[in-house]
Design a protein around this ligand. Structure first.
Ligand code: 3HC
Ligand code: NAI
Length: 699
């Protein structure tokens, strides 16, 4: 079928778009729309109907074209043809009308949508602003405040709400084409005019400077460091005093500035990286997935409850197993409280909460796992405990059930060896809080079967997680790299930095939180306990963990004990510096004969980021991660890495792999062989290649 086809039925000129998978506005589609609209001006049709084949209305500009030379016709010129059509143009929306797709609909004179459809302007999530009138037309329909909310959040709006806001004129229940045709015929019968959004104006009283200023402040806080949200506000402000054609010229300038920024390039990288991460390179094409209709969760502690919620949220029943009635009651109570908080925030109705809770049952008997298709173990982080638990699961679970562990560090192969079916065993490493965090590291053991990997990766998407495949190693992708950066933040403190300086540098650079504040939040005892299970050699240089150990041994476990690297107000949890911590650090420096010196912010930043990159390169060279962009997905979605820097490996590609290699060699000269550069890094630096180019060459 042609990308754009045209036919006239009952006076309606139907322009059908067909550009799978999501009808992105590639050059050929743009040209097809343009030609169809222009040609239809002189034919016998009375109204024009733009409708899409496949799973969705146009989902936006073709993101792969960004950063490449523009090809005519431009989207704004197509929208001109649509809006200036002499006969009414109707957009018939199903699926998601997003970005440029919704801008087409806004240029049309009427919009009808299936009740299940959504509309939105998600450009901000790609580090750009709507570039084809979205910032100019939206505020004319829904007002400045609502438009800023919609465009700066990038969140889609469901059809019913869009209808109530005036963004959609008519809701269709039932078949899209039938509904759209009868709407079109009604408009013909009513002799409906071409209703142009450009003819609408914005009441200046609803668009004061104070309103724009408060949005600028709000976004500076919410989207710290990001360019696009501020440019969106500028563009919407332009709409107040400009005509749509004038405003669109200025909007386009701001759009181009954003598209060309390193921020947008990083965010587009993450968009494609998240989709690539779900793909497993070496699975047989004929792999048949297992069916997952019921799930068991072992352990209802910090992680178990949150994990259970993910499944209940998508209608999959869960049974939670605990060691005794008290522990089970505690576990189920955490789940209930979490749901209540979501209800109190207005993100879930009471009814939905009841439905979810009705899907979660509890037991203290492993026999109740007999009918589950997947069990996820989230008991204490202790290899012996886990081995014992998996031996029991082997007996309790039916053949064909997937046996998963949520371990953070333990060897999945050793856990699998405790069963008679290691091919059914896999790691599912959720992040805390498990009902909120999007990342899921899926850890393939040496013997994990292909269908188990495939099923788990797809299931992750079903429960709204972003899966990344990892091989087995200590800490998998994320925590293995984290260990290296923690080593450096500790050493920087030993050599002269304060916790405040380290945190200010990293947060100022864009991390969601400074690394030491994160340590306090997670609990310093977690890594302390993990270290107890390691040999002295595995632990590494004592200088790299003596500060955190000292904190724990003083009872400073972090926020939960009211003090860690910082002190916390018991009521407000407000953080303050604590001179006692600096005294401990200085004492430890002296004990290790380290002469403290002034450490520059740049040194802290480079040591922490290079530690990630070098370890990431080892992870790639060992085949633990499938591609460099997977590592970026892990860091952006699991470790608070600023999305607008695209993840550690993309960051290395951006600043130059050779430059990173040189810094690492210098660190090796200064600090020894913990900084030995990976062979892959050395090779890429010599060949002047990026991690991304290397990853592309591997597939
Ligand atoms: N351009 C190019 N490719 C796109 C694309 C786009 N706008 N949107 C999706 N794709 C690709 C994906 O990369 C993926 O490719 P793959 O199969 O090779 O991995 C494929 O289409 C399917 O995408 P998903 O896996 O994401 O499919 P889902 O069904 O889960 O989601 C969707 C569909 C909700 C449309 C989601 O793809 C999405 O959010 N897309 C991006 C929408 C967007 O950001 N639009 C704005 C673009 S910028 C713009 O329009 C500027 C304008 O103002 C000028
Ligand atoms: P937790 O200590 O909060 O909860 C563990 C729960 O398991 C307890 O409620 C305990 O009663 C229960 N339990 C112990 N043995 C059991 C058994 N044999 N059968 C049934 N239940 C049993 O621990 P948490 O933090 O939830 O961690 C669980 C696992 O998840 C660990 O492997 C941990 O490494 C991993 N993890 C933890 C993260 C975190 O941030 N807490 C993040 C990611 C993974």
């Amino acid at each position: 079928m042609a990308v754009v086809s045209y036919e006239i039925k009952s006076g309606v000129g139907i322009i059908r778009l067909n550009n799978p998978p999501v009808n992105a506005l590639s050059q050929v589609l743009r040209e097809g729309i343009q030609n169809a609209v222009v040609a239809a001006q002189g034919d016998e049709s009375q109204v024009l109907l733009i409708v899409c084949e496949g799973r969705t209305f146009v989902a936006g500009a073709d993101i792969t074209e960004f950063g490449k030379p523009a090809k005519a016709p431009s989207l704004p010129s197509i929208l001109d043809s649509i809006e200036n059509s002499v006969k009414p143009v109707i957009a018939a929306i199903h699926g998601t009308a997003l970005g440029g797709g919704f801008e087409i609909a806004l240029a049309a004179h009427y919009r009808c949508a299936l009740a299940s459809a959504k509309v939105g302007l998600p450009e901000v999530k790609l580090g750009i602003i709507p570039g084809a009138g979205g910032t100019q037309r939206t505020p004319r329909i829904i007002g400045v405040d609502a438009a800023l909310d919609m465009i700066t959040s990038g969140n889609p709006v469901a059809a019913a709400k869009a209808h109530s806001m005036g963004l959609v004129d008519h809701i269709i229940n039932g078949d899209l084409l039938e509904g759209a045709m009868s709407y079109a015929e009604r408009l013909i019968a009513d002799n409906a005019p071409c209703k142009r959004v450009s003819d609408m104006t914005i009441d200046p009283a609803t668009a004061t400077d104070a309103l724009f200023d408060s949005w600028r402040k709000k976004m500076a806080k919410k989207s710290r460091g990001q360019l696009a949200p501020q440019k969106i506000i500028d563009a919407v402000q332009i709409a107040v005093t400009s005509s749509v054609p004038e405003g669109m010229v200025k909007e386009r300038e701001l759009f181009t500035e954003c598209v060309q920024s390193t921020q947008s390039s990083a965010m587009r990288h993450i968009f494609f990286a998240e989709r690539a991460a779900a793909k497993v390179n070496d699975l047989a094409k004929d792999t048949v997935d297992r069916t997952i209709s019921k799930v068991g969760i072992l352990g209802g502690g910090t992680m178990g409850g949150g994990i259970a919620m993910n499944f209940a949220n998508v209608g999959i029943p869960v049974v939670m197993i605990e060691i005794n009635d008290d522990a089970l009651a505690r576990g189920l109570d955490i789940v209930r409280k979490n749901y209540s908080i979501t209800v109190s925030k207005g993100k879930l109705s009471e009814e939905q909460m009841k439905d979810c809770l009705s899907l979660i049952s509890g037991s203290t008997n492993y026999d109740d796992l007999g009918d589950v298709d997947l069990v996820i173990e989230a008991v204490f982080e202790d290899l012996d405990v886990k081995k014992e638990v998996f031996a029991k699961l082997d007996k309790a679970c039916k053949q064909g059930a997937i046996l998963a562990t949520n371990t953070s560090y333990q060897d999945v192969d050793k856990i699998a060896a405790a069963t008679t079916r290691p091919d059914d065993v896999i790691g599912m490493h959720f992040f805390s809080p498990a009902n909120v965090m999007k990342l899921l590291e899926v850890v393939r053991g040496e013997k994990t079967a292909g269908d188990v990997i495939s099923t788990t990766m797809k299931l992750a998407k079903k429960i709204n997680k972003i899966p990344v495949l990892s091989g087995v190693c200590y800490g998998f992708i994320g925590n293995r790299m984290l260990r290296c950066s923690v080593r450096e933040n500790q050493l920087c403190m030993m050599e002269g930095a304060s916790p405040e300086q380290v945190d200010a540098v990293m947060q100022g650079w864009g991390m969601a939180m400074g690394p030491l504040a994160v340590g306090d939040l997670a609990g310093l005892d977690v890594s302390y306990k993990a270290r107890q299970a390691l040999t002295e050699e595995q632990k590494g240089d004592p200088k790299s963990y003596c500060i955190v150990d000292a904190m724990v041994e003083m009872g400073r476990l972090g926020q939960k004990s009211g003090a860690g690297y910082y002190r916390y107000d018991p009521d407000t949890r407000a953080r303050s510096s604590d001179p006692e911590v600096m005294a401990v650090i200085e004492r430890l420096s002296a004990e290790h004969a380290i002469e403290r010196r002034e450490i520059s912010d740049d040194e802290i930043l480079n040591r922490i980021t290079c530690a990630w990159i070098n370890e990431g390169a080892y992870i790639l060279q060992e085949g633990i991660a499938q591609r460099s962009s997977d590592i970026d997905v892990v860091y952006v979605n699991g470790y608070g890495f600023p999305i607008y820097r695209g993840g550690p490996m993309h960051y290395a590609d951006t600043i130059g792999v050779k430059k990173v290699y040189d810094m690492i060699c210098e660190f090796q000269r200064q600090h020894g062989d913990v900084w030995k550069p990976s062979a892959l890094l050395e090779q890429l630096a010599a060949e002047n290649k990026t991690f991304s180019q290397w990853s592309d060459e591997q597939t």
